[in-house]
Design a protein around this ligand. Structure first.
Ligand code: GAL
Length: 432
């Protein structure tokens, strides 16, 4: 009896001790598992973008290195999918999001791509508290915060501001031929004729990925229409058969008569190369091209190449902003917030942007870290009238953009303005 009592007492204490220890394992949140906000704080962060290879990845790599230095315990993985302007990445992202397998965080353009896309689909967490906690509300221009907000809630953090309406030109080719960089369409065509007469390709295009032609077209729209009417295209207030829009299409068509024959087998880097080596004189591309020209081709700003706003767009700024947010249902939301906080910091922005070709989204970044192009662009941005890019997701929904890319691609080959105008009117049914 005494023996069995002692045995029961022993078993009782064993049970209590094991219960206590299993209790403590949930309450004390052992390292690597769970924090405020839930999730697994040891889960690796897959950082999703389309920044791979030439001219694209240097800024990202610098940002990832800075993160690893600050948070050596949070594993990260560069999950970039190659293809300019997200040609392939956007499709991969869409299937992951639909399959409830979101990346920890992903590159998304401020504007419609974020707000009418992933936010409207209910896939993103709000970041109002994050902005508050990190003191970010006055660290970005209000225009940019508006681009990453919907119905008063903030959904992502801008890492940069790219300018889309830049005409890059080969300095030597221009000097050798006694030419000045054009600022109007008339000047553009004069210069283009002079170059053509010398056997130099006036304008480089690489529309193997059709978005580059859309990119050129939107700069022509902006140059002909100005910011107000350009903006009305995306609200449906200005129709694609309006006389000024048709004039822009005709101007675009005329520009196409000055491009390289092999445009459809080149990508944007290959087109920049033509300007770099003097085979072509000019190229219209966003300022990620500067990252490529400087980092990869080792050319010097204002020595080997120059830059001016595309024809008719002096004082106007086609804004492209790459941003990152917090998708719903990720494994390690606290880790993602750490990444966003590095990306949002002065150090993060100044590690990324001088290499990427963009200017910092933050208003208080260190100007001395940027070359003359960056400094000029920061000044221009403050004074300019801003226009959202269509080709880079800000102006209108992804569904509309897909149709525009298809129409432009056909137009570049067939050059039928009436047909193109009709197709654009039918695509515009997608606009709200
Ligand atoms: C844009 C993006 C830029 C750059 C470019 C070319 O859409 O905003 O950061 O990567 O595509 O791929």
């Amino acid at each position: 009896m005494k023996k069995s009592f002692l045995l029961s007492l022993f078993l009782f204490f064993t049970l209590i001790v094991s219960a206590c220890s299993s209790n403590s394992s949930t309450e004390e949140k052992p390292e690597g598992n769970n924090e405020e906000g839930g999730g697994d704080t040891s889960a690796p962060l897959d950082i999703f973008s389309w920044w791979t290879g030439a001219g694209e990845e240097d800024g990202l790599k610098a940002l990832l290195a800075l993160f690893e230095e600050k948070y050596p315990d949070v594993p990260i993985e560069n999950a970039a999918v190659a293809g300019g302007a997200g040609t392939n990445a956007k499709a991969v992202l869409a299937s992951r999001m639909q399959g409830d397998d979101p990346p920890a965080t992903f590159q998304v353009h401020g504007g419609a791509e974020l707000n009418e896309g992933w936010v409207a689909a209910g896939k993103m967490e709000t970041l109002n508290d994050f902005y508050e906690a990190e003191g970010l509300n006055d660290k970005f221009p209000q225009d940019l915060i508006d681009m990453v907000s919907k119905d008063g809630d903030i959904y992502s953090v801008p890492v940069n501001i790219h300018r889309g309406n830049v005409l890059w030109y080969n300095k030597k080719v221009f000097e050798d031929n006694g030419l000045e960089a054009p600022t109007t369409f008339d000047e553009f065509f004069e210069v283009a004729d002079a170059l053509k007469a010398k056997g130099i390709t006036p304008l480089a295009l690489g529309d193997k990925e059709p978005w580059t032609a859309t990119h050129l077209y939107e700069t022509v729209l902006l140059g002909v229409l100005g910011t107000e009417d350009y903006g009305k295209l995306w609200t449906g207030e200005l129709a694609f058969d309006d006389a000024k829009v048709v004039e822009a299409t005709e101007t675009f068509k005329k520009m196409l008569s000055y491009i390289n024959d092999d445009h459809s087998s080149r990508n944007w880097q290959d087109a920049s190369q033509l300007v770099a080596n003097g085979e072509a004189a000019m190229n219209v591309m966003g300022d990620w091209a500067k990252g490529y020209l400087v980092n990869d081709l080792k050319l010097a700003v204002n020595e080997d190449f120059g830059y001016v706003p595309t024809p008719g767009t002096e004082g106007l700024f086609m804004v492209i902003t790459d941003t990152f947010g917090l998708p719903k249902g990720v494994d390690n939301p606290e880790g993602v917030k750490k990444f966003l906080s590095v990306l949002a910091s002065v150090g993060g922005q100044d590690a990324f942007n001088p290499l990427k070709g963009s200017i910092p989204a933050r208003v208080d970044a260190d100007v001395t870290k940027y070359d003359q192009y960056g400094k000029d662009t920061m000044v221009d941005f403050k004074a300019a009238k801003l226009a959202p890019s269509l080709a880079h997701g800000s102006a209108a929904s992804e569904g509309f953009l897909t149709k525009v890319n298809q129409n432009i691609n056909i137009f570049v080959t067939q050059q039928n303005t009436d047909q193109f105008t009709k197709e654009m009117i039918s695509a515009a049914a997608e606009l709200k």
